[in-house]
Every structure is written in structure tokens, then in C-alpha cells.
Design a protein around this ligand. Structure first.
Ligand code: HEC
Ligand SMILES: [Cu+2]
Length: 398
């Protein structure tokens, strides 16, 4: 009777393990997007990583069955109540050798496929195109090498959804204004770096997860098999809005990608023309305030808050701030050049002159900051030229 229950115990634990294993197996064959297991992804590498993960998982299961089997067998069959007497051997060379050699063999057997996959993941040679990925608080910047195409990619989820005023959409916190667009079936090399703190560019479907480190350039690559929209996130705790800098990649057939690239170039060229034209335009206070509010909400409110109150101890208030109420030049300087060593970044390459003029006007006239100052794109441009000249003369003096 006792024997029987002991065996059924062992049997049921084996059954449990194998049912876990088979449910994992079932997932790997039908449901492509399982929430229980690692994704298989859409690249050869991600499939390799997945296979490796499953292989190691099964090895672990087999080891668990053997180890727990021996353990439970010993506990049950050699228990004290049965009159078992412990053996008293020491320094058995045979046992020592066996329990050293077997784990070594297992480890080496696991290291071989793991190393192969890792080497393949690191091999960025012979790529067809290169995209530079730059992380900053809290957005991504993509730059296509040799194409003169670059843009920022920011969270597109509305503040109302975040605050729970509106219902959350299907891609809550996983949607951006400008997704990265890439072709399928081409080897894409990523050069990854950061403008401020460490971020990490992570797209699970590609099995790509690389830290972006200021002052360093890391490399990664992918070759996507299937067109689609793939989503990821920053995977390095990078500050307050770490959870608000998602990654969206549109993978397209090559001809569609080429068409997109041509469109994007035209769009960027048009935007550049518009920015140049704006340099001579004189906008009304109302227009500037309207545009400025939009820029502020999209680009500044994450730190300085929509109320202009900032977050005490982290981000200064703009409402009532001496800078926003004082002379225009120091205010412009903070926004154009940033404050190095702080989260206040230089917006000179992130916003057009028009946008900087608008956001300055907005900060100087919103929330009771009633300076009445109106700043035009031409003012910002003049300031930029002046400060780059003084930069140059400083460099020349050195
Ligand atoms: C990532 C967070 C962050 C974002 C985004 C940000 N700022 Fe700042 N800002 C800061 C921090 C931090 C400081 C304080 C810097 C310091 O310690 O000198 C600051 C300071 C300022 C100041 C000076 C305030 C004072 O009283 O000293 C102004 C003006 C300002 N920011 C404007 C802007 C504008 C305009 C934008 C949007 C275009 C913006 N900031 C976006 C973090 C941010
Ligand atoms: Cu980040």
C-alpha cells in the first residue's frame, strides 16, 4: 500500500512536469503570440533564440525529473520508519568524478549552441542599410545613413488616456508619432547611442535588445521575414518617463519601403522649406500661443507639467519662474542650448525656429506669466547664429 502511494506520487510529479512541457510545446505550434512563453519573433535570429530557450528549458526539465526522482525515491524508500540505516562513506573518488564530469558535459553541451547564436547575433557585417538609434529622455531618434532622413519618434498615447480620463486604446503606451520604417528581407544594422542616460532599445520580435550608452556606440542587427508592425520599449530604467518611450517598427516589402523613403525625403524637404519661410514670417500672439501650447504639451509637459508647475526637486516650474519672466535672451538660451549635465536638453536640433519661438512665447504668457512678449522665428534664428559664432570664436581662441 505504501509502495503504491509512493509510486503514484512520483508518477503524478512526472505527469505534472510533462503537462507543463506539452502545454509549452502546444504554444510553439499554434498560437504565435503567446503570453505564457517567450515570443518566437519574426527573424531567423529570434527563432534561434527561441529554440535555444526551449532546448535549455527541456534540459532543465530532464535534470529536474532525474534529481527530484532520486530525491523522492530516497526519501520515501529509505526513510527512518522503514529502518533505513545511512551509509557512512567519505571521499569516494568515483562519485566525485561522476558528479563533476556530468555537469561539465551538460554545461558544455549547452554552451555550444548558445555561443553559436550569440556570435550570429553580434555579426553586423555585410548589412544592407544602417540606422542610427539615439535614445534621450524620453524619445528615440532615428537616422538613416546615406539617405539624409532622420526624425524623432515620440509617444503618441494621449495624456487623457494616461490620466484615465479617456479609455485606453489597443496600443496604450506602445504607439508613436513617427515609427521606424524598414524593409523586410534586408540586413539592417543598428548603431545605438544615447544623448543623456542609458536607455535600451528592445524589440522582442527581433530578439534585439541593446543598451544605448552616452559616448559609446553599440551595434545590433536584424533581418525581418514578415511585414508587420512590431512594438517594443525602452528596457533600461532611464528616469521618470521611462515607460513612455515606446518603439514601433513598420516592416514593409522593399518596394513599399523605397516609396516610403522617397515620401519621407519629400516631407522633410518641405518641412525644411517651411521652416526657412517661417524665418521671415511675423505671427500674431494668438497664433504663437496656439502653436506654442501644442509644442509645450508634446515636448515640455512631460517634465515641466501641463500646469507649468514642474515637479519640485526635479523639474523647475515655468509658471512664475524668473527665467520666463526675465530677459528673453537667457530664456532662449536655456531652450536652444539646454543646460548641460541636467535633463534640460538642447532643443536646437529638435524643434524648428518657429516652434522654439512659439514655445517661448507660450511660456512667457501662459499661466499668468503675462510678459506680453512675442518672439518670432527670426529672433530665434538671430540668437542661434550669434551663439554659434561665439562658440566658433571660443574654439578658435583655444
Ligand atoms: C526631460 C525633462 C525636460 C524636458 C522634456 C524639458 N525640460 Fe526644461 N528643464 C528641465 C530641467 C531638469 C531643468 C532645470 C535645469 C537646471 O537644473 O538648470 C529645466 C529648466 C528649464 C528652464 C529654466 C527654468 C528655470 O527657472 O531655471 C526653461 C525655461 C525650460 N526648462 C524650458 C523648457 C522647454 C521650453 C521645454 C520644451 C521644449 C523643456 N524645458 C523641456 C527638464 C526638462
Ligand atoms: Cu529610456
Amino acid at each position: 500500500m505504501r509502495r503504491l502511494s509512493a509510486t503514484s506520487w512520483q508518477l503524478s510529479s512526472v505527469a505534472l512536469l510533462s503537462s507543463v512541457a506539452s502545454s509549452v510545446l502546444a504554444e510553439s505550434t499554434d498560437a504565435p503570440k503567446s503570453t505564457m512563453n517567450m515570443t518566437q519573433g519574426v527573424t531567423e535570429i529570434s527563432q534561434k533564440v527561441y529554440d535555444l530557450h526551449m532546448l535549455i528549458f527541456y534540459i532543465c526539465c530532464a535534470i529536474a525529473v532525474v534529481v527530484f526522482g532520486v530525491m523522492f525515491y530516497s526519501i520515501i524508500n529509505h526513510r527512518k520508519s522503514k529502518g533505513a540505516v545511512a551509509a557512512h562513506f567519505h571521499e569516494s573518488t568515483k562519485v566525485e568524478i561522476i558528479w563533476t564530469v556530468i555537469p561539465i558535459i551538460i554545461l558544455v553541451a549547452m554552451a555550444i549552441p548558445a555561443t553559436k547564436t550569440l556570435i550570429a547575433m553580434e555579426d553586423t557585417s555585410q548589412s544592407d542599410l544602417t540606422v542610427k538609434v539615439t535614445g534621450s529622455q524620453w524619445k528615440w531618434h532615428y537616422s538613416y545613413f546615406g539617405e539624409d532622413v532622420e526624425f524623432f519618434s515620440l509617444l503618441a498615447t494621449s495624456q487623457k488616456e494616461i490620466e484615465g480620463i479617456e479609455e485606453k486604446g489597443a496600443h496604450y503606451l506602445l504607439e508613436v508619432d513617427n515609427p521606424l520604417v524598414v524593409p523586410i528581407n534586408r540586413k539592417i544594422r543598428f548603431l545605438l547611442t544615447s544623448d543623456d542616460v542609458i536607455h535600451s532599445w528592445w524589440v522582442p520580435d527581433f530578439a534585439v535588445k541593446k543598451d544605448t550608452i552616452p559616448g559609446f556606440i553599440n551595434e545590433a542587427w536584424t533581418k525581418i521575414d514578415k511585414p508587420g508592425v512590431y512594438r517594443g520599449q525602452c528596457a533600461e530604467l532611464c528616469g521618470r518617463a521611462h515607460g513612455f518611450m515606446p518603439i514601433v517598427v513598420h516592416a514593409m516589402e522593399e518596394d513599399k519601403y523605397e516609396a516610403w523613403l522617397a515620401d519621407k525625403k519629400a516631407e522633410l524637404a518641405a518641412a525644411k522649406k517651411e521652416a526657412e519661410a517661417a524665418l521671415t514670417a511675423n505671427l500674431s500672439m494668438d497664433d504663437l500661443m496656439q502653436q506654442g501650447e501644442k509644442v509645450y504639451v508634446d515636448r515640455c509637459a512631460v517634465c515641466h507639467q501641463a500646469s507649468g508647475m514642474g515637479i519640485p526637486g526635479a523639474f523647475p516650474a515655468i509658471k512664475g519662474s524668473a527665467i520666463a519672466l526675465g530677459d528673453i535672451e537667457p530664456h532662449m538660451d536655456v531652450v536652444v542650448n539646454g543646460r548641460s549635465g541636467t535633463a534640460m536638453q538642447a532643443f536646437v536640433n529638435q524643434l524648428t525656429e518657429q516652434e522654439i519661438a512659439a514655445v517661448l512665447t507660450y511660456q512667457r504668457n501662459a499661466w499668468g506669466n503675462d510678459t506680453g512678449d512675442v518672439i518670432q522665428a527670426s529672433d530665434v534664428n538671430a540668437f542661434k547664429e550669434e551663439s554659434s559664432q561665439s562658440q566658433e570664436s571660443k574654439e578658435a581662441a583655444q
